[in-house]
Design a protein. Structure first.
Length: 464
């Protein structure tokens, strides 16, 4: 079976870039990306590709090449479902904020709504692809909804989790380590699986396209994120030990990462991992293990989150302690709000929690981030509900010029590893600050010795 028309429900950080890559690499396939969020779709359709809703290096060029040729963004969900041979579900699956599993389980209401809408609208057979990250055995529930409310058409369900990382989405999609496709072990399941293999085979070498059963595929996605986050928590746990023993966590990471069995990636100590995936997916894994009564398994993975929360709090506490145990009324420059460089995504960013801690201590915070706007920063803080929106706006300022952030500040803290921070004119910035001038490097990106020579009192994660 050859796919001619794809619909993707959900035009977010995954749906947008993934479908753009499929459209670019498969000119014979029509790709309709649909979303209920009108503003988001309008931004995807903006003539000025610099105004796309998502910032990702290389993405705007790719969108400019394919949009309105074989790639279309629209809010016409039903129409796109009807026309498609294959439907990707790429909607959000956040942590539940209510009811059973609150704060742990994945909220599947958006997924279920999609399934019900597909079932109501479809008049021809469809292959449904789970692109969203889902708890293991979700395909079973999807199949029941689709089969019981449908119009007698046949639905095949595949699991095809996405492994792209934000900030490198385009290169990850262009050159993935692997593409994972889980399918049912039936004749029609295998045919559906092959149809999706053929789509990816337009640009991904065949040996990197892995096929498994649906449950392995669903569980592999949660597991991959849990393993990656575990490495960050492992090195972060050691960063605290390094600080009290005068070992250097950068040197330790290099020494252990040179062992080919361990490998060098994901060993960068930091103020804590953020992003929309790691915490949500581990909490979900913990919840699943708990629901099967596997207490030790659940406790083991929960520790990754506990360590990450500790690291964020530890960094904020360090700032307050260093500034003579009081930051009330002191101006602190915060550099970076995004959860990592090269993205405008702020979901679960460590910056939110560090700044919340500082605002609780009545610090005056001034934030500079090259890609995140003031509206988003205030929205992130307001969402925590720690203090009133009015107080957040009174205590925190957002500036477009980093120099302004340093003016008469007592301290500066790097919370995102944006490249431009490395090339700041640190001599001039030092002059702008009150003395002693404290600099907290939460990303290990600055030359510690060089900055100390300028006069800064430095704190780098993982260095005594
Ligand atoms: P997102 O919030 O950026 O996008 C989801 C979109 O789905 C939103 O625009 C929302 O309006 C839309 N939507 C929700 N319900 C809808 C419906 N019924 N009909 C039409 N549109 C609907 O989320 P995201 O970051 O793209 O993540 C999507 C999924 O992919 C999640 O399950 C996530 O865990 C997974 N994932 C994310 C990443 C990442 O880096 N962000 C990476 C891998 C996997
Ligand atoms: C992650 C997974 O990498 C990706 O495969 C999955 O599809 C989605 O979740 P993402 O969250 O976009 O991607 O970014 P990632 O590069 O994994 O970084 C996550 C967080 O960990 C960031 O806050 C980052 O700064 C932090 N991190 C990462 C570290 O603190 N140290 C490291 O060594 C690596």
């Amino acid at each position: 079976m050859s796919i001619k028309n794809i619909c993707c429900i959900g035009a977010g950080y995954v749906g947008g870039p993934t479908m753009t890559m499929i459209a670019a690499k498969c000119p014979d396939i029509i790709v309709n990306v649909v979303d209920i969020n009108k503003n988001r779709i309008a931004a995807w359709n903006d003539k000025n590709v610099d105004k796309l809703p998502i910032y990702e290096p290389g993405l705007s060029d790719l969108v400019a090449k394919t949009r309105n040729k074989n790639l279309f963004f629209s809010t016409e969900v039903e129409q796109a479902i009807q026309a498609a041979d294959m439907i990707f579900i790429s909607v959000n699956t956040p942590t539940k904020t209510y009811g059973v599993g609150k704060g742990m389980a994945a909220d599947l209401k958006y997924i279920e709504l999609c399934a019900r809408q597909i079932a109501a609208v479809a008049t021809t057979d469809k292959i449904i692809v789970e692109k969203s990250t889902l708890p293991v055995r979700t395909a079973e529930a999807l199949k029941r909804i689709l089969d019981n409310t449908g119009n007698g058409v046949n639905f095949e369900i595949l699991s095809n989790p996405e492994f792209l990382a934000e900030g490198t989405a385009v290169s990850d999609l262009l050159n993935p380590d692997r593409v994972l496709i889980g399918g049912e072990e039936t004749e029609s399941g295998r045919l559906a699986q092959q149809a999706l293999v053929d789509v990816y085979a337009n640009w991904v070498p065949k040996e990197r396209i892995l096929t498994t059963n649906v449950w392995s595929s669903e569980l592999s996605k949660l597991t991959a994120n849990a393993f990656l986050a575990q490495r960050v928590s492992s090195i972060n746990s050691l960063s605290e030990l390094c600080e009290v023993t005068e070992a250097d966590v950068g040197e330790v990471a290099k020494a252990i990462g040179s062992d080919s069995r361990i490998g060098p990636k994901f060993l960068k100590a930091s103020v804590g991992f953020g992003g929309s995936c790691f915490q949500k997916d581990i909490l979900n894994l913990v919840y699943i293990a708990q629901s099967y009564g596997l207490k030790e398994v659940a406790d083991y993975w929960e520790q990754v989150i506990i360590m990450n929360d500790h690291q964020k709090r530890r960094f904020a506490k360090k700032i307050v302690e260093t500034l003579f145990n009081t930051v009330s009324g002191k101006k602190i420059a915060v550099l970076g709000w995004a959860f990592k460089k090269d993205t405008n995504d702020t979901r679960e960013s460590a910056a939110i929690y560090v700044v919340d801690y500082l605002l609780n201590e009545q610090a005056e915070v001034v934030v500079y981030d090259p890609k995140v706007n003031a509206e988003q920063i205030y929205a992130d803080l307001d969402y925590l509900n720690t203090r009133s929106g009015e107080d957040n706006r009174k205590l925190l300022n957002v500036v477009n010029d980093h120099q302004l952030a340093f003016e008469d500040s007592h301290a500066a803290a790097i919370l995102t590893e944006w490249d431009e921070f490395k090339s700041f004119d640190w001599n001039t910035l030092y002059e702008k600050m009150l003395k002693p001038a404290f600099l907290f490097d939460g990303r290990m990106i600055l030359d510690h010795e060089e900055l100390e020579r300028i006069g800064f009192e430095m704190y780098t994660i993982g260095r005594g």
